[in-house]
Design a protein around this ligand. Sequence first.
Ligand code: GDP
Ligand code: FO1
Length: 310
Amino acid sequence: MSVLALSGGIGGAKLAAGLCRVLPPGELTVVANTGDDFEHLGLSISPDIDTLLYTLAGIDNADHGWGRREETWTFMGALETLGGETWFKLGDGDLATHVERTRRLAAGEPLSRITDDFRRRLGIPAQLVPMTDDRVRTRLRTEAGWLDFQDYFVRRRSSPVVREIVYAGAAEARASREFLAALADHTLSRIVICPSNPFLSIDPILSLPGVREALRCTQAPVVAVSPIIGGQAVKGPTAKIMTELGLPVSPAAVARRYADFLDIYVADEADADEVADLAVPVRLTRTLMLTPEDRQTLATAVLAAPGRGL
Ligand code: GDP
Ligand code: FO1
């Protein structure tokens, strides 16, 4: 059973890890959002790729949701002493990822090849693919003006009110070769839209030329999991952004964003009333992933959910 999953960082990586555990080795391809990527302290940083790398390798920091487990912070401490920028925390082990990625990008290697090499060296049995090797940058028009993604998300803790979101460079970018190949694979048995932020993690992937159309045309059932449970996001600014963009904070509002390609929607059992009127078939289950078992149980439910033609 070969499966393609579209993912951001924290929420998406948890389901991706569950899928990785329940699928045979080599059957899962995870496509990572790169709209959050940025250059900082001279380094090329790809937060969602790294959250997926660390989570799939089982070396993630579960308290933060980003970065590595048992991290040390000598570099940050030394940087602070020297008066350097410390608003974006780079742990000592994590720093190695950014330094090596930056070196290889500067030498002309595409991000997809570097990512594939990192995941292999970390022992991850799934393919991990950046959505594109080209430069796409999420930017937000807020009450504080136009902001780069990490300036909004980390430096300002997602507090400015969001009016508009753009994925700069997406229209000219090309989806990565491996992503396009997975979308065109006739043996694909599922496409999973992880419970990631629809605006900041999934939309950047969908905004690449040809991706949305490929999702509409694929023979594989497309299954999305709600990132909203009980009128709230589990973590991060998804609910806040929905309110600011004039949308109801509900699993149904997320499903409607995917309506043109969605075959089945997985929502939380607490939200039965919220999704009762959706046109797409819904499967209700527990969707909160607190433990590794929760991730696997949800992954199994996502793979079992019947879809188009089944
Ligand atoms: P980011 O890129 O690090 O912001 O991570 P994602 O975009 O992949 O995930 C953020 C979303 O994940 C938020 O909307 C959360 O509500 C959602 N999320 C986090 N944990 C869970 C969970 O256990 N279950 C579900 N259903 N959603 C979750
Ligand atoms: N998120 C934070 O809220 N604060 C940080 O200091 C921070 C550092 C950081 C370092 C490396 C990395 O890969 C991710 C990091 N994140 C941090 C996560 C943030 O960059 C992600 O973009 C968001 O979680 C959205 O995906």
